[in-house]
Design a protein around this ligand. Structure first.
Ligand SMILES: *[C@@H]1O[C@H](CO)[C@@H](O)[C@H](O)[C@H]1NC(C)=O
Ligand SMILES: *[C@@H]1O[C@H](CO)[C@@H](O)[C@H](O)[C@H]1NC(C)=O
Ligand SMILES: *[C@@H]1O[C@H](CO)[C@@H](O)[C@H](O)[C@H]1NC(C)=O
Length: 205
């Protein structure tokens, strides 16, 4: 990971310019994460390390489930599991009574697996309006989500959600459309005074 590579370089340069013996005062703490973006319930590994030769205490702070897999004096390697929401992880070490920590944000990502479309009512008289509802369960992050209602390649309606509703399990939008006078091209004979049924819309949502 590039941030880890940078950290290693920093340590290497530091060793070149610094006099030996004073590393206890100017020690560094590093965190290496296997992943920064994970799916819900996914597990990932985290390595907390320090340049301090003899740290007194150190470890990983998190509200998530953690298991210490391996450790040596200057590092601890953990397995994090069952992540369900965006979180901040902290690695900390104390060296000669002085504590240092670094943090990293981990984001949970869940692309849409299913999209539901409902028409209410399913059949509408010419000239009456009807409601089209698109719903998508369990997607994250919400501020990356855009729900679009398409007819062919034409976007009828589009909605974003920001960070407004993190607790919702399911998001949706409603769109009210006036039933067209002649039915939609290719779906109904123009003479029939009804809008097309849901199946004609379902691919677009
Ligand atoms: C953890 O990081 C330290 C410092 O870079 C490294 O020496 C060690 O091998 C790593 N441990 C594991 C299990 O990857
Ligand atoms: C995993 O996380 C969910 C929600 O945060 C929780 O309800 C469940 O008990 C956790 N499972 C384990 C095995 O920790
Ligand atoms: C983590 O996210 C918070 C906002 O949620 C931000 O203020 C902070 O700078 C982020 N930290 C890192 C290390 O990216």
């Amino acid at each position: 990971m590039s941030s880890f590579g940078f950290g290693t370089l920093t340590v290497a340069l530091f060793a070149l310019v610094c006099c030996s013996g004073s590393d206890e005062k100017a020690f560094e703490v590093h965190m290496r994460l296997e992943k920064l973006i994970v799916k819900p319930k996914e597990s990932f590994e985290v390595n907390c390390s320090t340049t301090c030769n003899q740290p007194e205490v150190g470890g990983l702070e998190t509200s998530l489930n953690k298991i210490l897999l391996l450790k040596q004096t200057q590092w601890k390697h953990y397995l994090i599991s069952n992540i369900s929401h965006d979180t901040v992880l902290w690695c900390h070490f104390t060296c000669s009574g002085k504590q240092k920590s670094v943090s990293s944000n981990v984001s949970v990502y869940q692309p849409p697996r299913q999209v539901f479309l409902t028409l209410q009512p399913t059949w509408v008289a010419v000239g009456k309006s009807f409601t089209i509802e698109c719903r998508v369960p369990a997607v994250e992050p919400l501020d990356s989500l855009t729900l679009s209602l398409l007819r062919g390649s034409e976007t009828l309606h589009s909605q974003t959600f920001g960070k407004a509703a993190p607790a919702l399990q399911e998001l949706g939008m409603k769109f009210i459309q006036l039933c067209p006078r002649r039915g939609l091209a290719g779906t109904m004979p123009p003479s029939r005074p009804w809008c097309p049924a849901a199946t004609h819309w379902s691919q677009g949502c």
